[in-house]
Design a protein around this ligand. Structure first.
Ligand SMILES: Nc1ncnc2c1ncn2[C@@H]1O[C@H](COP(=O)(O)OP(=O)(O)OP(=O)(O)O)[C@@H](O)[C@H]1O
Ligand SMILES: [Mg+2]
Length: 333
């Protein structure tokens, strides 16, 4: 039987958090994962897509042997992350938060040298390997090899994170939000590189809350919400599930989004929203043919709540609509 590159079976994880305020000293349990099962094939880019707090990082950390699940198991090339973490670590390249884990006063090249030695790479090969990953990640092209970590842009730091993950020539890559906050050229470069790595037969697991990115980058997507995978499939297939809908998107100013969301759902529609500073971007899902009703509803609600509509559009379904259809919408950040 062929083994999957990555497999998780019914992962569950709770965190105990300390409460503040007048409940100081007491604890509460947070259910981060409520039974997460999926697999990633060799040569595939799989995206775990979900909003803040959905459980993406927790899932990646468990597969990467950095955290133990309460129950369930994760496997990399057939080896258990729980029972055989040493084996798993030999196969994976991991990139968690962009900013963490580097020496601020060392240059890109010096950092890579340090980690290469730490990973036990033979010194005869280390030099070449470092040049190779500097090249692959575009750090050379940017002239960033001799830059200290503290002087690097976020895009350079992300590339360095990926360079470090590639040092051991891993067959499986685990990347937590690798393009978060990056400038478009850096994000594009990283996506291109991940595609090349997958084309060579490696398995790539990425997490993202960027729907656009998930759609253009991933072969398959698992939509994760509140500790569960609620939908899975290739992006086009997922979108077909909502092909009978359209969405009215609007940018509003000066409103309480929760109130509007409640009123919209009170009218039988589903809405996703995003708070962007002083503005709110909303996306209301409608059956085809109901566009005008939703536009009227939105105008009325905006007027009643003293909100200005800055922009409104009717859009074809995206992955956001898959999320709205399955979870009922809510806040997405
Ligand atoms: N160390 C921790 N202690 C307590 N609660 C935690 C801890 N780490 C995560 N959580 C909680 O577990 C849930 C899942 O968190 P996780 O970081 O896995 O989500 P995420 O999908 O990566 O979110 P984000 O998009 O914000 O990175 C959240 O409710 C989070 O607040
Ligand atoms: Mg996270």
């Amino acid at each position: 039987m062929a083994t999957y590159a990555i497999e998780t079976r019914e992962l569950r994880k709770r965190y105990r958090t300390r409460l503040g305020g007048f409940l100081r000293g007491q604890y509460k349990w947070v259910e981060a994962l409520r039974g997460v099962s999926f697999h990633v094939d060799w040569g595939e880019i799989y995206g775990l897509l979900g909003p803040n707090g959905a459980g993406k990082t927790t899932t990646v950390k468990i597969i990467a042997t950095l955290l133990e699940p309460d129950s369930g198991d994760a496997f990399v090339a057939g080896y258990s992350s729980v029972r055989d973490p040493g084996r798993v670590r030999q196969i994976i390249g991991v990139m968690l938060s962009v900013e963490r884990g580097f020496f601020w006063k060392l240059t890109a090249r010096e950092n890579l040298k340090y980690f290469g030695m730490l990973y036990g790479l033979p010194s005869s090969k280390l030099g070449d390997k470092i040049e190779e990953v500097l090249e692959l990640t575009g750090l050379k092209e940017l002239g960033a090899e001799e830059k200290r970590f503290e002087d690097m842009s976020l895009g350079m730091k992300a590339r360095l994170g990926l360079a470090r993950a590639l040092l051991k020539d891993p067959q499986v890559l685990l990347l937590d939000e690798p393009t978060l906050g990056l400038d478009p050229p850096s994000a594009r470069h990283i996506r291109g590189l991940l595609r090349e790595l997958a084309n060579d037969g490696r398995a790539v697991l990425v997490t993202t809350h960027n729907m656009f990115e998930a759609e253009i980058l991933c072969d398959r997507i698992g939509i994760i919400s509140d500790g569960r995978i609620v939908a899975e499939g290739p992006p086009q297939e997922l979108k077909r599930r909502v092909s009978d809908t359209v969405s009215i998107t609007a940018t509003l100013t000066g409103i309480v989004a929760e109130g509007l969301s409640a009123k919209v759902s009170g009218s039988g529609y589903r809405m996703l929203y995003r708070v962007e500073g002083e503005r709110v971007r909303v996306r209301i899902q409608a059956k085809r043919g109901e566009e005008v009703e939703v536009l009227n509803l939105l105008t009325r609600l905006a007027r009643d709540s003293g909100t200005r509509i800055l922009e409104v559009r009717v859009e074809e379904p995206t992955l956001e609509d898959v999320f709205i259809a399955i979870t009922g919408g809510g806040r997405w950040e």
